[in-house]
Write a protein that binds this ligand. Structure first.
Ligand code: G1P
Length: 276
């Protein structure tokens, strides 16, 4: 059983400056809900009720968001506004949150390794909250947990992207096992189009087996001088133990202004307006 989900949230969000100068990028709202809450809801819906944040300086608003605000509760108690807190109260009551801090920004691999003491020796999910995923039935993490239960190995979520965008992603090469599922044979972090092994890009959802921590420790600095999770997962893939899964649903790159606006419009039309 997968019980834990790790959220690396220490990044700066420079593309959204000045909005992210004193506010975590993960707290930017898509309509009326912070990005990170969508990710936590997806993890919890998949049964991952232990949520670990790898945070950094300036990210305290995230911990405050997933905690009771007594003043606010007092203020709106008994009014019609209480309905706005139902979702977040539900998370606060049912999820076990833990936090650790990444002191230096040494890459996504390093961020995940920083979470090791809170994850321990078990397989776990990773959600990059910038990638907002909306699916009809099971969320993307839920779809991946089902696959994990069947195959018991690390799994990365992928989607096809245009060739001129492969340089923004980790890109895989794989042997097709069945519809939507590949056995990974190679992975490259942010390749130039001409060096990309395919146009199958990794998006921000992973299930990782705990041997990943030793692999990260053995991973030298890669692209941008950072410890890349892609390089560590490649070591697992070389042992024949990584799947790539073309998920069902839509994904918005909310780390970019265009993706953020697209997600906002989509959620306004399909979730917010539909529910009001
Ligand atoms: C990270 C990973 C990359 C992956 C991407 C998905 O990159 O390093 O392999 O494709 O997330 O969003 P980042 O976007 O943090 O630069």
């Amino acid at each position: 059983m997968i019980r834990k989900c790790l959220f690396p949230v220490a990044g700066y969000g420079t593309r959204f400056l000045p909005a992210t100068k004193s506010m975590p990028k993960e707290m930017l709202p898509i309509v009326n809900k912070p990005l990170v809450q969508y990710g936590v809801e997806e993890a919890v819906a998949a049964g991952l009720e232990n949520v670990t944040f790898v945070t950094g300086r300036g990210k305290r608003a995230i911990a405050d968001h997933f905690d009771i605000s007594y003043e606010l509760e007092h203020q709106i108690s008994g009014t019609s506004k209480e309905q706005y807190l139902v979702g977040i109260r539900n998370l606060i009551n049912n999820v076990n949150f833990s936090y650790t801090r990444q002191n230096n920004m040494l890459g996504l691999g390093h961020a995940i390794l920083t979470g090791e003491p809170l994850i321990g020796d078990e397989a776990f999910g990773v959600v990059l909250a910038d990638d907002l995923c909306i699916a009809e039935d099971d969320g993307v993490m839920g779809q991946m947990v089902k696959l994990y239960n069947q195959f018991r190995c690390s799994i990365v979520a992928i989607e096809e992207v245009p060739t001129d965008e492969v340089h923004k992603y980790g890109v895989i090469a794989g042997e097709k096992m069945m519809d939507d599922l590949y056995k990974v044979t190679d992975m490259v972090e942010k390749p130039e189009a001409k060096d990309a092994p395919s146009n199958l890009a990794i998006i921000g959802r992973y299930i990782l087996t705990p041997d990943i921590f030793d692999k990260i420790r053995n991973t030298p600095e890669g692209r941008n001088g950072e410890v890349q999770i892609t390089d560590a997962i490649l070591q697992q893939a070389k042992e024949g133990r990584v799947l790539a899964y073309k998920f069902k649903g839509r994904r918005f790159d909310c780390g970019s202004v265009d993706g953020f606006v697209e997600a906002t419009n989509y959620c306004y039309e399909n979730i917010y307006k539909a529910g009001n």
